[in-house]
Design a protein around this ligand. Structure first.
Ligand code: FAD
Length: 413
């Protein structure tokens, strides 16, 4: 869509990822306004996290009860699944098994079961015979496992494209390929690179990996720095005799917001089982491959933060470095996969073309990785920062929560 002259709308949403699209959807569903514009820097949607994730609709097991993640994951997951099913889009209702790869992690299964139940998820503790029946090749160090029947897998890009199409049909305007715009928060307008002014009643910043930068001119989020973590995926070759039929995850390190390398069947029966994603520091927010979009100053500053975290060992950070930071190296990735399925061999694996980067924030005040979603108010604006996993799963419910927080401020024209 091209604009001529100056324009105004009730709501402008920066970023057409799943969070921005879900907000547009809920603004329409709740009849708050139909005057909505989505401003996207890429020529098409789904080029960042929302099109590059594992596609797992999480069941709400991991998150501390009371956190924003816990409040929106279960409800959001149910709603997104129903939305996907109603449209007949690819969905694999395969469930998930979580196993402890080491004996000392066994007690974490009970912590996860308690959290899951407190959050409203359905979970079951399994013994070795249940596990053997379901995935005969899987290994649990203690013999126990946690079963989540409501975890499912979707095809993320398909979800994003269908949601965009429906929003367009309902009158939401999409302005794509918009780089180099500037915000004028005092005047409640954005100035596009071609000189067009967009006036808004309220602005929602859903810019994912760039959300902290978008927030700055609004005076929001100064205590946070982005620490991007890259997720590289491998996949099981079609010829591999072992093809797990449900998600198989290790017990995660609950001190860091990464779930550990896992096996994920695809939403479509024709596609391959993926293994990953890794959680390796990235050298740029959009540094998906090689030297692409390198940000050397940011990378050097982040390396200093990571080194300080390692020596201070805040929140057990040293364990993350030892167990996860180098999993991009194929022998270490293979070892992590073998902790879940010991009979996997190097010749069964191939590198996947899929790679994503998490919009993980580091909180300078607490000197820790931020673990929860942040929804911060600014002048005539709301800023969604740290929209890490499970923001895709939770997006419809997260959008409702964001709208409820913003409602006193929603000063629409
Ligand atoms: C490797 C990986 C695996 C994951 N797996 C899962 C999973 O299985 N399940 C799950 O629930 N979650 C998962 N997540 C998390 C999930 O993908 C994200 O939480 C979710 O997609 C965030 O959506 P978003 O809309 O905030 O961000 P994005 O999808 O990144 O969208 C932000 C949009 O803003 C645009 N933008 C940025 N700057 C500007 C600007 N200045 N102007 C205009 N537009 C701008 C971008 O181009 C982008 O389109 C995973 C994430 C990663 C990285």
């Amino acid at each position: 869509m091209r604009l001529i002259g100056d324009h105004s709308c009730d709501v402008i949403i920066i970023g057409g990822g799943m969070v921005g699209l879900s907000l547009a959807h809920q603004l329409l569903e709740r009849k708050i306004t139909r005057s909505i514009m989505v401003l996207e820097k890429e020529p098409e949607l789904g080029r960042h996290s929302s099109g590059r994730n594992s596609g797992v609709l999480h069941a709400g097991i991991y998150y501390k009860p009371g956190s924003l993640k816990a409040r929106v994951c279960v409800a959001g997951g149910r709603r997104l699944r129903a939305w996907v099913e109603e449209r007949g889009l690819p969905l694999n209702p395969c469930g998930k098994v979580i196993v402890p790869p080491r004996l000392d992690l066994d007690s974490q299964l009970d912590v996860l079961a308690e959290r899951g139940l407190a959050n409203g998820a359905v979970v079951e503790l399994w013994d070795e015979s249940n596990l053997r029946q379901f995935i005969p090749e899987a290994r649990s160090a203690s013999g126990r496992a946690l079963w989540s029947p409501n975890t499912a897998v979707v095809k993320p890009v398909t979800v994003v494209q269908r949601l965009q199409q429906e929003l367009e049909e309902r009158g939401v305007r999409f302005l794509c390929a918009q780089q180099g715009w500037t915000a004028k928060p005092e005047q409640q307008h954005l100035l596009l690179a071609d000189g067009t002014a967009l006036h808004y009643g309220h602005l929602f910043n859903c810019a994912g990996l760039q959300a902290d930068r978008v927030a700055r001119p609004f005076g929001v989020g100064h205590q946070y720095t982005l620490l991007p973590f890259k997720g590289i995926y491998w996949q099981l070759k079609q010829s591999c005799p072992i093809q797990p039929r449900c998600n198989l995850y290790p017990v995660p390190d609950l001190n860091v917001p990464f779930l550990g390398v896992h096996f994920t069947p695809s939403a479509e029966s024709t596609a391959l089982v993926s293994i990953g994603p890794t959680a390796t520091p990235a050298w740029g927010r959009e540094n998906y491959r090689g030297l692409q979009a390198l940000e050397l100053n940011m990378a050097a500053a982040n390396l200093a933060v990571l080194t300080r975290q390692y020596f201070a060992n805040r929140g057990g950070f040293r364990r993350y470095v030892h167990e996860q930071a180098f999993l991009a190296l194929p022998p270490l990735l293979l070892r992590a996969a073998q902790q879940l399925i010991p009979t996997i061999r190097a010749e069964h694996l191939e590198l996947s073309s899929k790679v994503g980067i998490r919009s993980q924030l580091f909180n300078q005040s607490t000197q820790r990785l931020e673990d929860d979603f942040l929804c911060l108010p600014g002048p005539a604006s709301t800023h969604v920062l740290n929209a890490i996993s499970p923001a895709f799963t939770a997006s419809f419910a997260l959008a409702d929560l964001i709208l409820e927080q913003a409602s006193p401020e929603l000063n629409l024209r």
